[in-house]
Design a binder for this molecule. Structure first.
Ligand code: FAD
Length: 433
């Protein structure tokens, strides 16, 4: 018999919790990945850069595995179909995987676990993509936290070296199942084409971490690490980044804790991932569903240069700086009074580092509807934000080349008018609930 290592958002062979346990187990290990049709069928753009990112990560793993005479087995279909094929090919005793906290993934894993149970195959799921999961960090009354600061304090107090120690999977590489190369299905087979988008490097720029506290809020600087997509697909281990953060920069550590926090929120309050406001009152807001204004925002044509620069950066590169994510999200939900779910969906389509928990957390924070959100009456003023965070207009000029021409479009909504309208509508909703 063999054991299966099922890779999902942990596309690396080093410091991988489930892989380590699989390799240490009783049988040879077959490494498996599934291009899940349920997910792929919902992606509109056939040259989606996330698919290319995953594809390249699989190719890299395949190269390493071939060099030790093993091979990745990549399936295309639903997970159920993939496991049915696997069951035909191998005699399986145990399946190892790393836990995924998204609602779809939880349902998928339950179904696969059930299918395997009928064949007497056990399913083992490990914590790998976060430092603390589920209900590991809770309030004194055992309830999950909904406010970040006390959560982060408890998180830090609970942390020991053990929590970010790397899993030495490499020691056991001999235990991979030996077989000839099993080819990865082509882009065409899975219904995609390769994207030409630039992908951020996997190596962490130590200088960026060192200067993170002073530089991270200025979008014109290379002040953040661009590790988002690597954390999303597990091509870089969170434990490695935590170790760097502890040694070098506490502000950076805090941002990584935000990532754990939103994963914890999504797990304990799954309604937020199903289109519901964390604070129910905010589902009473009378949003403006203006297709026209939404289109101007998406295209970066609002007449507010900082907003337009952010949206154009996103459209062209699949990335947007965090400060500008906050500004553009606030602009959509407060200045345009457009439902945060529209913005959330647009970011989900465009961001290379899209992650349900962080994206939803960020949008609900900006809209005021989230746990520990900005209070609704705090409305970002785009020109003040520009003065503070892009004083020389370097970032704006990079993305909005027509800025200095007299033809720059008029703002689609006037700031003071928008501010008042927002305050009135939000106040009504909060009162009505
Ligand atoms: P760095 O500043 O170098 O931070 C390192 C890592 O810490 C990030 O890669 C990320 O994994 C984590 N992190 C940092 N800030 C946050 C945060 N506020 N919440 C959760 N994790 C954080 N982040 C995503 O990973 N995916 C998303 O889909 C996403 N959508 C967002 C939407 C909105 C409206 C907002 C306001 C924020 C969103 N963020 C999201 C959080 C943050 O903007 C990005 O993580 C960050 O900009 C990514 O760039 P970086 O890797 O250079 O980050």
């Amino acid at each position: 018999p063999v054991n299966i290592m099922w890779f999902r958002r942990d596309l690396r062979l080093t410091d991988n919790a489930a892989l380590y346990h699989a390799l240490k187990s009783n049988n040879a290990v077959v490494p498996v990945f599934v291009f899940d049709k349920n997910i792929l069928d919902d992606i509109e753009e056939k040259d989606d850069s996330r698919i290319t990112f995953i594809y390249r990560a699989l190719e890299e793993m395949q190269e390493q595995l071939l060099s030790i005479k093993s091979s990745l087995e990549v399936y295309y279909g639903t997970p159920e179909e993939a496991f049915k094929s696997l069951l035909k090919k191998h005699t399986i005793e145990r399946v190892f995987t790393n836990t995924d906290y998204e609602p779809y993934a939880i349902k998928r894993d339950k179904e696969i676990q059930q299918l395997l149970k009928e064949k007497d195959i056990s399913f083992h799921s490990y914590k790998d993509q976060v430092i603390f999961e589920k209900k590991e960090i809770v309030k004194d009354n055992d309830e999950p936290y909904t406010v970040f600061t006390p959560y982060s304090k408890k998180w830090k107090a609970a942390l020991t070296e053990y929590h970010y120690k790397a899993y030495p999977a490499k020691k056991y590489f001999d235990n991979f199942h030996k077989q000839k190369e099993v080819k990865i299905p082509s882009y065409k087979t899975i219904g995609f084409t390769e994207s030409g988008q630039h992908m951020p490097s996997k190596s962490l720029d130590i200088d960026v971490v060192k200067n993170y506290t002073s530089d991270r809020d200025f979008p014109a600087l290379h002040g953040t690490t661009r590790m988002g997509v690597h954390l999303r697909f597990g091509t870089v281990s969170i434990r490695k980044l935590i170790k760097n953060a502890i040694e070098l920069n506490s502000t950076f550590l805090n941002e990584l804790i935000w990532r754990d926090f939103f994963q914890m929120i999504l797990f304990n309050f799954p309604h937020v991932g199903n289109g519901k406001a964390f604070k129910p009152a905010y589902d009473f807001i009378k949003w403006r569903y203006s297709e026209k204004d939404f289109k101007s925002w998406c295209e970066g044509k609002t007449g507010y240069p900082i907003v337009d620069a952010g949206m154009r950066e996103l459209n062209e590169t699949g990335f947007m700086h965090n400060r500008v994510r906050m500004i553009t999200a606030s602009f959509l939900t407060k200045h345009l009074l457009i439902d945060w779910r529209w913005g959330e969906a647009y970011f989900a389509k465009k961001l290379l580092d899209f992650d349900l928990a962080a994206n939803n957390g960020g949008w609900q924070w900006a809209a005021g509807s989230g746990c520990d959100a900005a209070p609704y009456f705090r409305i970002f003023n785009p020109s003040l934000q520009t003065k503070r965070f892009d004083p020389n207009l370097e970032y704006i000029r990079k993305w909005v080349s027509e800025l200095d021409e007299f033809s720059y479009p008029e703002p689609i909504v006037e700031h003071e008018f928008a501010r008042k309208r927002c305050l009135e509508e939000y106040a009504k909703a909060v009162k009505a609930s």
